[in-house]
Design a binder for this molecule. Structure first.
Ligand code: ZN
Length: 166
């Protein structure tokens, strides 16, 4: 168990494409998910936001997303996303650039299929802000950051609270 360093915007490694976990690597996935949990909790204490984190953000280039939703932790291994048709505009944030918000478009509805840590096939459906969140985390697995999806060059703003300025 460890709080890991979160890679920050500008670190080229954030653009890496992460690899799938094989069933033989599930113990590694468990260790990474514990570090993701610890790291997110530590971040949340400092910055007061953060509901999900992707493994590449702590330098583990594996297709794992950790999220905490309604006080329940979820570990999503090898996730696959399906979208509805409708999109919406939203201000997105990221633990890799705390304080910077980016306006972009996301799909309103998402279905995510994944393996859990027992290698069961699972699926969750999300709408609105949670749909946005899961698309954001999924993008990290493909080395895509929210800043790359900004609607235009003015779609950026600083949120003082999320930057840790209280
Ligand atoms: Zn992020």
């Amino acid at each position: 168990m460890a709080v890991r360093e979160i890679l920050l915007l500008g670190n080229e490694d954030l653009y890496s494409i992460s690899s799938e976990i094989s069933p033989e690597q599930i113990e590694k996935a468990k260790r990474i998910s514990i570090d993701l949990h610890d790291t997110m909790l530590d971040f949340k204490e400092k910055y007061r936001f953060g509901r999900a984190i992707a493994a590449p953000q702590i330098g583990e280039f594996w297709r794992i997303i950790y999220m905490n939703w309604a006080n329940h932790p979820y570990v999503l291994v090898n996730p696959r996303l399906q979208f509805g048709e409708e999109q919406f505009e939203v201000w997105d944030d990221c633990m890799s650039f705390p304080g910077l918000e980016v306006k972009l478009k996301r799909y309103k509805k998402t279905t995510i299929s994944y393996k859990d840590l027992e290698w069961n096939e699972c699926a969750l459906e999300f709408e609105n802000d949670l749909s946005e969140l899961i698309q954001h985390e999924y993008d990290h697995l493909d080395g895509i950051l929210a800043v790359q999806k900004a609607l235009d060059s003015k779609s950026f703003r600083i949120n003082r609270l999320k930057a840790g300025c209280y």
